[in-house]
Write a new protein. Sequence first.
Length: 392
Amino acid sequence: MKQTILDMNIDNKRVFVRVDFNVPMKDGVITDDTRIRGALETIQYLVDHNAKVILASHFGRPKGERKADMTLAPCAEHLSKLLNKPVAFVDDCIGDTVTAAVEKLQGGDILMLENLRYHNEETKNDPDFAKALASLAEVAINDAFGVSHRNAASVVGIADYIPMGAGFLLKKEIEALGAAVNHPKKPVAAIIGGAKVTDKISVISNLLPKVDVMIIGGGMANAFIKAQGCNIGSSLFEPGQEQIATDLVMEARVAGTRLLTPIDAVVADAFSNDANTKIVDVEHIEDGWMVLDIGPKTRELYIDALAKMKTIIWNGPMGVFEMDSFAAGTNAVAEAVANADAMTIVGGGDSVAAIEKSGLADKISHISTGGGASLEFLEGKILPGIAALTEA
């Protein structure tokens, strides 16, 4: 059992909080503040307990260089508006200037450090860098699920020097994903989409014995269509995926899991929103045409299966949903998940984007903030950022 913020002695303490403020930004303006809002509960709790709050995050991939378009200053400014409270900002994350800024903090004050990845030592989990971060505080909180699959100094190394607990956001992620995978209300469905089956093979293999229905969509479904002996035209496909799909079909049979793959598709003669399109059964895909979405019969098949579920896990779109011509499949699944009388968990950037775009986010039980992290959690891996938390 790992400690959470509720177990930590944080009253009047200097608290280092690893947040994930790697938000979409254009010309210095934040275009989606979901990740910042996700950290508000933890930050407000610390302020209410008179802690001296030291926030740290990465932004983009500066690879050890200072880059003006990767500063966290706009995040500090935006957070200040959300909290209606000053948020100080310092232009580094270690060193004398930072130490001086921390020493000035009073109980309830908030200080945002500059981009951790301006130092290569962050991603390398350098012990001296981790020790320097730890020296700023007496307690650490990890509230950045989105980077908890990374072996970084601010996520893992810092816990060697000061106690570290899970913030409210990380706590919710662990509880929701853990319950869905290990103690779900049955029957359970997993919807797995995305471009390549090789990217999701571990997730599918881990979930197959645990779910009643496995639904496949996206470009990776082409491997299953081809494995059935069908032509896939010029659809996305990599050599070797056909055998992987065949093996997963066998795993599903052994596990007694119903594996659903597309029976029809929206095909196009070019990878373009303005391409010529038609709907065909998967047995009738012609050369020169590519699968870019599931068809209406497949939508009905998937919707019908999801209506009977009590737990649904969704990771990955059904087609090229960024283009309106090929968004119907993903939108139909989004509605089916949102309307289900079930515990629903959506993870992965594309799935979350689809739910947000459809305006159905408030009907989902839990939307995961971590793309790669939620994927690795669903694969059954122990995330370094969770393993590093202090034992309760």
